[in-house]
Design a binder for this molecule. Structure first.
Ligand SMILES: [Fe+2]
Ligand SMILES: [Fe+2]
Length: 271
């Protein structure tokens, strides 16, 4: 089974690039599922129902979020009625939406997703490890799912790597998001779980993690907020990973980074 997962889509530049790449990627790589992190899709802050529908119409099967999940207030009302939009599972219980789910495609392939947020240098939330541990028995490879993706939306590389080892042999892949920078450590761990610390963003890399550099620089240099953060609008690089699983075991056979367009050196996996 083959899954493509694209990192944080930032603003219009990221959305346009991801949408434009879909038909070619689908024809070339024939994925069973395409997932994207959409937490920055609306001008860098959250997502809207309209943007979700655009992404679904282009072939994105599932959208994950993160710390920016509810930056657009409409998402609080919308997420409960959208089964393909997940927010971190370890958010407080009363938060609308869900963070773990099983999806079935037209060919009957079953994809499990557990979406959690880290706690190091981030908002205090429930323990993501306990959160994942609670879901793993419901998403066994070769049992209730054919492929299990754990998304760890986190700042600290250590927390992401620890999650990968925590899930090794139980998940097909553990992929990090949130830093907006793709890491060069794609690997398959000893137990058979594919891992990359961060998928990177779909956005303009002539930026500060997707934002026009002016205001981030101002805040670092002067420590005084000047204006608003604005998403950078130059040509975006579409960043993600391709993961192939073994149909017999559900464990990973292959993980490859994807980088297309914009300023970063291109990486396109062989079909
Ligand atoms: Fe993000
Ligand atoms: Fe984030």
């Amino acid at each position: 089974m083959r899954v493509l997962y694209f990192g944080d889509v930032v603003g219009r530049a990221g959305r346009d690039a991801l949408l434009a790449a879909q038909s070619d990627l689908r024809a070339r790589l024939k994925p069973d599922f395409i997932i994207a992190n959409g937490e920055n899709a609306a001008g860098g802050f959250g997502i809207t129902g309209k943007i979700c529908e655009e992404l679904y119409a282009a072939g994105i099967d599932v959208i994950l979020l993160g710390n920016h999940a509810f930056d657009q207030r409409e998402t609080l009302g919308y997420i409960g009625g959208d089964s393909k939009l997940l927010r971190p599972h370890n958010f407080p219980k009363a938060v609308p939406g869900r963070g773990a789910a099983i999806f079935k495609n037209g060919k009957g392939k079953r994809l499990g997703i557990i979406h959690v947020m880290g706690r190091v240098f981030m908002d205090p939330l429930d323990d993501p490890f306990a959160s994942v541990a609670g879901e793993l028995p419901k998403m066994t490879l070769g049992g209730s799912v054919d492929f299990l993706l754990v998304d760890i939306h986190a700042e600290a590389t250590s927390e992401k790597m620890a999650m990968a080892h925590f899930c090794d042999g139980k998940a097909t892949a553990v992929i990090g998001t949130h830093s907006h920078i793709p890491t060069a450590d794609a690997q398959i761990l000893p137990g058979g779980t594919a891992y990359q610390t961060d998928a990177g963003m779909c956005g303009d890399y002539n930026s500060v993690i997707g934002m026009d550099p002016a205001e981030p620089m101002n805040r670092f240099v002067r420590k005084v907020p000047g204006g608003k953060f604005e998403a950078a609008l130059g040509p975006a690089t579409v960043c993600g990973v391709l993961i192939d699983s073994d149909d017999a075991t559900g464990l990973a056979r292959r993980i490859e980074p994807i980088r297309l367009g914009g300023r970063l050196k291109a990486a396109l996996p062989e079909a």
